[in-house]
Design a protein around this ligand. Structure first.
Ligand code: NDP
Length: 253
């Protein structure tokens, strides 16, 4: 995407990123902070969140908050409690990037264990739903809130062996569409990003044999992440965007 954001694009914005400790989420958090946003960093591993928090401070960004939460075991009560604690610390949320995700096993449907199926659904769908529900009141306090979900090419076209992960991403696209319709005449837009093959730990576990130097880095795909959080996307809702529109799904060639 050729997008040239203004340096103050996210000035005065408060943005929560899930899975902010590593991979694409880490890069998104650092990028949003560089463009002026205050960050709420949510993730599973406290030390990683603290490292991102320190990096934001070192680059002169607004002090970031951290929320440690393992989405695999998250309950509705916990999500509500977190939203309540945040409401005491911040006046609103201008943006939420649901980025945390679990790949699970790459295996034929016939061989998928029920445990794996449920874990992937819990992290990618149930926890995303519970957090969204809890954070909606804070998002609706913003003039023009932006709720962004993370999808995948296998969330639009099913592919052999991508089982629970693919189904969870179809569900994510569905959740985005339902919410976008529910809030279409309100001050909240809802969209999906498909990052496309990107050099992270998750990608390496899905495609251990590909040449990772042929993949875009998280930093390369940030223009779309910025676009969807800033005012230039204010009229877009119910849409799914490709961070790498010309990339063919599958291993890097
Ligand atoms: P990574 O595995 O590199 O990072 C995932 C992040 O999510 C980590 O910070 C991880 O925390 C966090 N996370 C995972 N499980 C949980 C959990 N149970 N509770 C809280 N946080 C959790 O993945 P990517 O950066 O590659 O992926 C980001 C998103 O992009 C995902 O939704 C993925 O499905 C999607 N995507 C990625 C593609 C790619 O090629 N990379 C392609 C298409 C979609 P911790 O650091 O503690 O492990």
């Amino acid at each position: 995407m050729h997008y040239q954001p203004k340096q103050d694009l996210l000035e005065q914005r408060i943005i929560l990123v899930t899975g902010a400790g590593d991979g694409i989420g880490r890069e998104a958090a650092l990028t949003y902070a560089r463009f002026g946003a205050q960050l709420v960093l949510l993730g599973r591993t406290e030390s990683k969140l603290q490292a991102v928090q320190a990096e934001i401070a070192a680059q002169g960004g607004a002090p970031a908050l951290t929320v440690t939460l393992d989405l695999l075991h998250a309950t509705q009560e916990q999500c509500q409690q977190i939203a309540g604690q945040l409401a005491a610390q911040i006046p609103r949320l201008d943006g939420v990037l649901h980025n945390a995700g679990l790949l699970g096993d790459i295996a034929p449907m016939a061989e998928l264990s029920m445990t794996m199926w449920q874990e992937v659904m819990q992290v990618n769908v149930n926890a995303t739903f519970m957090l969204t529900q809890a954070l909606l009141p804070l998002l609706l306090k913003a003039n023009a809130g932006s709720l962004v979900f993370t999808s995948s090419s296998v969330g639009r076209n099913g592919r052999a062996n991508w089982g629970a992960y693919a189904v969870s991403k179809f569900a994510t696209e569905g959740m985005m569409q339902v919410l976008a319709d529910e809030y279409k005449s309100r001050n909240l837009r809802v969209n999906c990003i498909n990052p496309g093959g990107t050099r992270t730990k998750m990608r390496a576990s899905a495609f251990p044999h590909e040449d990772k130097n042929k993949l875009k880095t998280p930093a390369d795909i940030m223009p779309l992440y910025l676009y969807l959080m800033g005012d230039d996307s204010r009229r877009k809702t119910g849409m799914t965007f490709d961070a790498q529109p010309n990339r063919k799904p599958g291993p890097a060639e």
